[in-house]
Design a protein around this ligand. Structure first.
Ligand code: SF4
Length: 148
């Protein structure tokens, strides 16, 4: 039986990005040869529409570009994603880098300028705190090495 891995749906080509597009990544899609991929989009789980305004984290809360506080929606999406990961027994997650939901280690800094700062997206942080190993798309090889 293949190990189950949580994956950001936008990396698999689903048009769930804030812009209505995706972040399709062939290397991530190819993971399906070795793993059962469980697609998630925490922002959609949180009830946010497609397309939507971009959001970033500032002082521990999530704001849309026009200043709307979306922290509750992001937390709902994170909890829903954690529920799925635990229900499916996923030891790891492959999540989109830099996102305020999915980023791990580095995220956009809250100024909507494209600048990054140290930190985790809301979902990546919750998964990590619950023992699920989080990798960004540039770390696919590491995930394969550790979990195949
Ligand atoms: Fe992709 Fe995550 Fe943003 Fe959804 S919340 S579009 S999965 S980066």
């Amino acid at each position: 039986m293949k190990t189950k891995i949580i994956v950001s749906a936008c990396l698999l080509g689903e048009n769930c990005k804030y812009s209505g597009g995706n972040n399709k990544d062939e290397k991530v899609i190819a993971l399906s040869q070795d793993f059962e991929l469980i697609p998630v989009c925490p922002e959609c789980f949180g009830g946010l529409p497609i397309p939507r305004e971009p959001s970033e984290i500032k002082d521990g809360r999530v704001y849309s570009k026009s200043g709307k506080d979306l922290t509750d929606q992001f937390l709902t999406g994170a909890e829903h994603t954690l529920y799925i990961a635990q229900e499916k027994n996923c030891p790891a997650a492959l999540l989109k880098e830099n996102s305020p939901s999915c980023g791990f280690g580095k995220i956009y800094d809250g100024t909507f300028s494209g600048a990054l700062c140290d930190g985790n997206g809301i979902t990546a942080d919750l998964l990590n705190k619950n023992g699920i190993a989080v990798f960004g798309e540039s770390k696919v090889d590491k995930l394969v090495f550790l979990y195949k």
